[in-house]
Design a binder for this molecule. Structure first.
Ligand SMILES: [Ca+2]
Ligand SMILES: [Ca+2]
Length: 239
């Protein structure tokens, strides 16, 4: 029985197996190490996603690839860096991308790194909130994704669920007491509430109080007990 040893030498990085002259070879070593510790920021910046990685010995340049799914084969080349930092300023705000880094020198291009996901911040809303409710990408502050009448930014501020039309900001309970008319709501940490009143809907709202902080979740109107009718309006803002 005869044995032979073959070495694959090409300018294209290979992983897995490569077929040469009808024979299949297992590739056990890349020309390059793969860039390690690839990190893409998760909503840290509104204007960019910053991708960093560890330097690879022998690499003169690094090629950056991006995809909306975890598939390097269909990913897009987005740019290069001679350092170990790249700022992707072309991503859609809130869209979660998967990023890969490939090392390059005159001998060829190395393989795809282990990827990391990252995205640009949509501003006020937090990255963890986007990840929770919009893992496939944030449609925007002004969109009412669940059709409940409240935009996504309004649902973020009220801490209601932006993808559930049954979850929205509302006065949960109201009743009369000897002390006055009481309204109640679900109070959330980090929010401040205000109550407005109007006798007839054609008139302008009159502020009754503001700056009601969590955990207070009710307000008693001691002023309008003698009125025949009135309307209450609850506001919420971030602390
Ligand atoms: Ca909504
Ligand atoms: Ca909702």
């Amino acid at each position: 029985m005869a044995y032979s040893v073959s070495v694959y030498a090409g300018t294209t990085a290979r992983t897995g197996t490569v077929t040469v002259a009808g024979q299949s070879f297992l590739v056990i070593q890349e020309a390059f190490e793969l860039p390690g510790n690839v990190q893409a920021t998760d909503g840290d910046y509104e204007d960019r996603t910053e991708i960093t990685w560890d330097f690879v010995p022998g690499a003169l340049n690094y090629y950056l690839y991006r995809n909306t799914t975890n598939d390097s084969g269909s990913s897009s080349y987005i740019g290069s860096s001679t350092t170990n930092v790249y700022n992707d300023i072309s991503g859609v705000v809130g869209q979660v991308y998967t990023y890969w880094v490939r090392p390059y020198n005159a001998g060829g291009t190395g393989g795809y790194s282990i990827p990391d996901t990252g995205y640009r911040s949509a501003g006020v809303v937090s990255g963890s909130w986007i990840t929770t409710y919009f893992p496939g990408g944030y449609p925007g502050d002004d969109v009412d994704s669940d059709g409940d009448g409240f935009s996504n930014i309004e649902e973020f501020i009220a801490d209601t669920i932006p993808t559930n039309a049954l979850s929205y900001f509302q006065i949960d309970n109201q009743y009369e007491t000897p002390a006055g008319f009481v309204i109640e709501w679900n109070s959330v940490s980090g929010r401040v509430y205000g109550v407005n009143w109007v006798g007839h809907l054609t008139n302008s709202l009159t502020p009754l109080t503001n700056g009601i902080a969590y955990p207070q979740s009710s307000y008693t109107d001691t002023v309008h007990s003698a009125d025949d009718e009135g309307f209450y309006n609850l506001e919420v803002e971030l602390e």
